[in-house]
Design a protein around this ligand. Structure first.
Ligand SMILES: [Zn+2]
Length: 395
C-alpha cells in the first residue's frame, strides 16, 4: 500500500479515537454536573429555615437554582458534543485533503521520474564525465578536500533553501515519497579478501531501506542507470546488485580509519575514498558535484578504529565497520551514518534508546543505557531534516 494512504488511514484512526475520547469526556462531565446539582440542591433544602414563609421562599429559591444548574449542565453537554463532532469532521477532512495531495504528488513524481531517469541514464554519463574532472581536483589531499568542503556547504545551503516549502508541507503531514541514492562498496584487504560478506552489506542496507521508508517515506535506491521508482510500492528489497566489491586491494590507510582525526577527514584517507567514489560510483558523479540528490557512498571497511562507523560532515561518503558475521555489533550503522550525511546529529540515548542517532556519549554525563541498534527509528523532527537534505529529492 502506498505510504501516503497508509498514513491517511492511520491519521483517520487517530481522529476517531480522539473523537471517542471527547464524547466520553463530555458524558463524564455531564454526569458529574447533574450529580453536583442534586447534591447542592439537597444541601440547600436541608439548610432551609423551618418556619413559614421563610421555608417556602428558601425551598423555591433552591428549586430555581437547581433548575438553572441542570439546564446549564444540559447546554454545556450539547456544546461539548457539538464541538467534538465538528473537530472530528475537520480532522477527517484535513486528513483526506493531505492524503489526496500526497497521492497526487506520488503520481506526478512517478511519471516525471520515468522520463527523467530515462534521460539521465542516457546522458548522465556525459554530465558525470565533466563532474569527474571536478572530483579529481577534490581528491587532492587537504587542498582538494577543502575545495570539496566549500562546494558541499554551498550546494547544501542551496538545496535546503529550495526545500523550505516541502519542509512546511512535511510538517503539516504531507510527505510524498522522496528518493535517497546510495552506492555501496566493500573494500578488499591487503590479501584481496573482502572485509565483509555481501550478506552483511545487504542486511545493513535492508534495515536502512525499511526504516527510512517507514518513518520518513524516503525510498533508498541504488545509484545506477534505469532505476525507476514509484511511491506506490513498499521499501526496496536489497539484492547483490546493490553491492560492489572493490576490484583492487586496499591497505591500512583506507581499511582501518579513525573517525575523529583531521587526517582522515582531509588527508590521504579522504583522498582515497573520494577517488574510489569517483571511479566506482561514477554514475552519480554529476549529482555529487551539483549536490542535488547526491548519492551517499557507503564504504564497508575493516575497522573504524574509534567507532562503529563514520561520516565526516559535508562529505558524500560514510565508512561502516564490516564484519564477517551477522548480526554485527550494530546493524543500524549504515542507516545511522547516512543520517549524519543528511545532517542529523547525535541524540542522547536516554531520550529514546531506539533512536537511530542515539548514543551514550551525547548524554551528560554519558549514559549507561545501550542504544537499541537492531530496531532503530527516527523522530518527527529528524524525519523533516532528512527530507530537506540534498541527498533526499523527488527527482
Ligand atoms: Zn554517529
Amino acid at each position: 500500500m502506498p505510504s501516503c494512504i497508509a498514513w491517511g488511514e492511520e491519521k483517520t484512526q487517530v481522529c476517531s479515537e480522539t473523537a471517542d475520547q471527547g464524547y466520553n469526556e463530555c458524558s463524564q462531565s455531564e454526569d458529574q454536573g447533574y450529580n453536583s446539582c442534586s447534591q447542592t440542591a439537597d444541601q440547600g433544602y436541608s439548610e432551609c429555615c423551618t418556619w413559614w414563609p421563610c421555608s417556602w421562599g428558601c425551598k423555591a429559591l433552591v428549586w430555581v437554582s437547581n433548575v438553572v444548574c441542570v439546564a446549564w449542565t444540559w447546554v454545556s453537554n450539547i456544546v461539548c458534543v457539538a464541538w467534538t463532532w465538528i473537530s472530528n469532521v475537520v480532522c477527517v477532512a484535513w486528513t483526506w485533503i493531505t492524503t489526496a495531495v500526497c497521492v497526487l504528488w506520488d503520481v506526478v513524481t512517478t511519471i516525471v521520474n520515468a522520463i527523467l531517469v530515462t534521460i539521465e541514464s542516457i546522458v548522465g554519463w556525459v554530465l558525470s564525465a565533466v563532474a569527474f574532472v571536478v572530483e579529481l581536483i577534490e581528491a587532492i589531499p587537504f587542498v582538494g578536500a577543502i575545495i570539496r568542503f566549500i562546494i558541499n556547504v554551498v550546494t547544501t545551503i542551496v538545496v535546503m533553501a529550495g526545500s523550505v516549502v516541502d519542509f512546511v508541507l512535511g510538517a503539516i503531514g504531507i510527505r510524498p515519497e522522496k528518493i535517497l541514492r546510495v552506492c555501496t562498496v566493500i573494500l578488499k584487504d591487503e590479501k584481496g579478501n573482502a572485509v565483509a560478506t555481501n550478506e552483511v552489506a545487504r542486511q545493513f542496507l535492508q534495515l536502512a531501506c525499511d526504516v527510512y521508508k517507514r518513518d520518513a517515506n524516503v525510498r533508498i535506491v541504488p545509484s545506477k542507470a534505469f532505476q525507476y521508482n514509484t511511491g506506490f510500492a513498499g521499501a526496496e528489497t536489497v539484492d547483490d546488485s546493490w553491492i560492489m566489491v572493490d576490484g583492487s586491494n586496499s591497505d591500512s590507510t583506507l581499511l582501518d580509519v579513525p573517525c575523529g582525526s583531521a587526517n582522515s577527514a582531509l588527508g590521504l584517507p579522504a583522498s582515497g575514498f573520494q577517488l574510489k567514489a569517483s571511479t566506482l560510483c561514477f554514475f552519480g558523479a554529476w549529482r555529487r558535484v551539483a549536490g542535488y540528490g547526491a548519492p551517499v557512498t557507503c564504504f564497508i571497511i575493516r575497522d573504524v578504529t574509534d567507532a562503529l562507523g563514520c561520516q565526516v560532515m559535508f562529505t558524500d561518503y560514510a565508512t561502516i565497520e564490516g564484519s564477517l558475521t551477522w548480526p554485527p555489533p550494530s546493524p543500524r550503522t549504515l542507516g545511522h551514518e547516512v543520517g549524519h550525511a543528511c545532517l542529523l546529529r547525535h541524540r542522547c540515548v536516554d531520550e529514546d534508546n531506539a533512536n537511530m542517532m542515539g548514543t551514550q556519549d551525547e548524554c551528560s554525563p554519558a549514559s549507561t543505557t545501550l542504544p537499541d541498534r537492531a530496531n532503530p527509528r527516527f523522530s518527527e523532527w529528524q524525519v523533516l531534516v532528512i527530507r530537506a537534505s540534498k541527498h533526499v529529492t523527488y527527482f
